[in-house]
Design a protein around this ligand. Structure first.
Ligand SMILES: [Zn+2]
Length: 158
């Protein structure tokens, strides 16, 4: 993905409360390998349930705040992330809800989806068996993932 600056990230959120923005903790941008990321996702170190996803959408940085559900899937089964379609142990996939932007979100309306618990789908699609690890295969999966994330984000913004 194209690199993002701290300013771009801070002003990108479409569904954050003022309080969440005030307490926003940045990920380590200097350590980020942008070429190996489709979107920037990180969990808040201050709040166990908060997470952030920032992507380039239609040429603009767009961020959404997500909240992880406290309920875990049953351990021992496999679960699939709806963004990267990686199949993982159920404990590594979690239901996240995103408050909808604007009035709807303030009224409590939110959308939910299952995502890799660490919000690092870009990593998930790169740690795969060798037969799935070709550059073209990873690129294909990355593009499909971004499309699904874009669709979800547009629903949050609608
Ligand atoms: Zn994922």
């Amino acid at each position: 993905m194209r690199p993002l600056t701290e300013e771009q990230i801070r002003s990108s959120f479409v569904n954050a409360t003022e309080q969440q923005l005030a307490h926003l903790s940045m990920p380590g941008l200097h350590e980020t390998i942008w070429e190996e990321r489709e979107y920037l996702g990180w969990r808040s170190p201050h709040s166990a349930h908060l997470g952030y996803i920032v992507q380039w959408l239609g040429g603009e940085p767009v961020g959404i705040v997500v909240r992880s559900s406290t309920a875990t899937l049953r351990p021992g089964i496999a679960a699939m992330c709806t963004l990267c379609h990686s199949t993982q142990p159920a404990t590594q996939v979690r239901l996240f809800t995103a408050p909808r932007a604007g009035e709807k979100g303030r009224a409590g309306d939110s959308l939910g989806t299952y995502i890799c618990e660490s919000l690092s789908c870009s990593h998930s699609i790169r740690i795969v068996p060798p037969y799935m690890a070709s550059q073209s295969r990873i690129q294909e999966r990355g593009e499909a993932m971004l499309e699904r994330l874009g669709a979800f984000t547009r629903r949050v913004m609608a």
